[in-house]
Write a protein that binds this ligand. Structure first.
Ligand code: SF4
Length: 178
């Protein structure tokens, strides 16, 4: 099953994917402190992001309730390090990929949790901005950060590079399953 989920991530468009035991996924509740600085603008403005996504200890426990994690990544080029537009597009692309993986994995995994990068990004803006209920709960995507996953520490001993060089941006997602 591990190889099948890794292959699915690659077939759906990931540039790289590795499987880990969930015990090797590094979690840190300090992610919540980073999110609360709101560099991405999603904190308090997205049902799938802190503080509205749920209690971080509960979400960290949800990750640990699965046995395996496939970490996948996309790497995209930037014009320069100020190319915010391309960074945003790459983040959207990662979350589209994550939702595609989730759809296709549902054909052979009875249960899985797929995490994306940053805000949910299905609606622009998220219905949270107007305090309305989420209209697409089955499409909504939790982020790695909301679940306290420390991506840098998690991938540093794998074949995936956290940083793929100058004028690139790398985004990560994760499939958790048993
Ligand atoms: S699906 Fe839309 S409303 Fe629901 S969490 Fe995602 S962005 Fe927000």
């Amino acid at each position: 099953m591990n190889a099948r989920v890794t292959a699915l991530a690659r077939d759906c468009g990931a540039d790289g994917a590795v499987v880990l035991k969930t015990s090797a996924v590094v979690q840190n509740r300090a992610c919540l402190d980073m999110c609360s600085q709101n560099a991405c603008g999603a904190y308090g403005n997205c049902w799938m992001c802190p503080p509205d996504a749920g209690d971080i200890e509960t979400l960290m426990g949800l990750v640990r309730s699965y046995r395996y994690a496939v970490v996948f990544q996309i790497v995209r080029g930037l014009e320069d390090c100020f190319d915010i537009e391309s960074m945003g597009k790459a983040g959207e692309e990662l979350n589209l990929l994550a939702r595609r993986i989730r759809r296709e994995a549902s054909a052979f995994l009875s249960e899985c949790l797929v995490l994306g990068a940053g805000g949910c990004r299905v609606c622009k803006p998220c219905a949270k901005v107007q305090n309305r209920p989420c209209p697409y709960p089955t499409e909504a995507l939790l982020s790695l950060e909301a679940c306290g996953v420390d991506v840098y520490q998690t991938v540093k001993n794998t074949s995936l590079k956290y940083n793929n060089g100058p004028n690139t941006v790398t985004f990560f997602g994760m499939v958790l399953f048993n």
